[in-house]
Ligand binder design. Sequence first.
Ligand code: B12
Ligand code: SF4
Ligand code: SF4
Length: 348
Amino acid sequence: MTDLKARLWTEARAAGFSKMGICRPDAIPQAAARLAAFVDTGRHGQMGWMAERMHWRGDPRMLWPEARSVVMLAEAYTPAEDPLANLDKPEVATVSVYARNRDYHDLVKKRLKRVGRWLLDAAGRESSVAPEIKVFVDTAPVMEKPLAAAAGLGWQGKHTNLLGRDLGNWVFLGAIFTTVDLPPDAPEADHCGSCRACLDICPTDAFPVPYQLDARRCISYLTIEHKGPVDPELRPLMGNRIYGCDDCLAVCPWNKFAVAASETRYAARDDLKAPALAELASLDDAGFRARFSGSPIKRIGRDRFVRNVLYAIGNSGSERLANVAANLMNDPDEAVADAARWAVERLR
Ligand code: B12
Ligand code: SF4
Ligand code: SF4
């Protein structure tokens, strides 16, 4: 099986992954209680799906009792440009790095399936019982970060994301659960030390303590997951971040050792490098769908997107943009109309 594991890594690397690690399905015994604490304190906000199927999410053995190994894979999407470069340009938007081009869910899943198919073939030839696999990226009730840490890909930093000394933190995670018994890797130790750069940079103070996030204050949650109007106290802190947020990732010193992204379809599209807020605010449903087809941004729909753009306009200090917001004060979507009124009030 050691040889099979080595050949699996060769295949995973050829598919575009930067690192692979393996753990047993019982390798994250603390995860269930930590997830329960997160949900019990309401830190998941409106992400009701996090409170569902918690017995599966918190314990991979419950999700698929026949699984013997979890193969965790990391794919680098390290940006070529400074991810925070637009934050001080008030009339343009900041889109988080992961959403500047194609949707990683599609690309990572394809790669996982390719590696999984290879494993089925190779392990099937060595065994009388047909092996099975299930692949996951992001949307299933699987806690990918603790599994990746248990599989030795890196550790969960104080910003709660997975990072590695040889990876940095600009990586997507994917999982292949399998009935094949593969030799597990040792977990990686925590190398955050006394650093707290990610905690200190957070614009909304979303970390109640190191290693724990209150999603309700996180701009990523507010711009992507939160439906309806955002708490007016948080709006000014969002700046021009209209989709996701990268501040805590961008300041991590371990990114000195980040792996370059090999997938060119994650590289920023020209029209998302510094998009003008005025132009984004004018998108209607059809325009929004056409512009963001194949992008993760498509998921939030025109209304939530324009709501976010209007908060950024309200934070711009630009009187010129007040007219753009004024045009949306009677928008049929109540959160958009509310955001427009808020923006106009701040700018005039
Ligand atoms: C829900 C979710 C979100 C939510 C909540 C984030 C969160 N930190 O929980 C929101 C919408 C805010 C979000 C934002 C982002 N996300 Co997200 N998200 C997820 C998702 C679907 C589930 C995460 C989860 O289980 N959260 C629940 C909490 C309880 O789990 P946890 O974060 O692991 O919590 C741990 C710590 O709190 C710690 N802990 C708790 N108590 C204690 C006590 C002590 C003493 C210690 C040491 C530790 C500790 O243990 C917990 C369990 O491991 C995963 C995909 C997946 N299925 O896993 C992607 C995922 C985590 N997201 C991802 C990304 C890229 C992002 C963003 C960077 C996107 C962006 N640019 O805007 C931001 C980062 C924000 C941040 N600082 O976390 C990637 C992260 C890749 C990586 N390198 O880690 C993932 C893995 C998706 C993927 N397949 O690649 N996300
Ligand atoms: S993504 Fe942004 S708002 Fe969320 S925790 Fe990181 S720095 Fe704070
Ligand atoms: S910025 Fe510092 S504290 Fe935060 S994850 Fe990176 S090393 Fe850890």
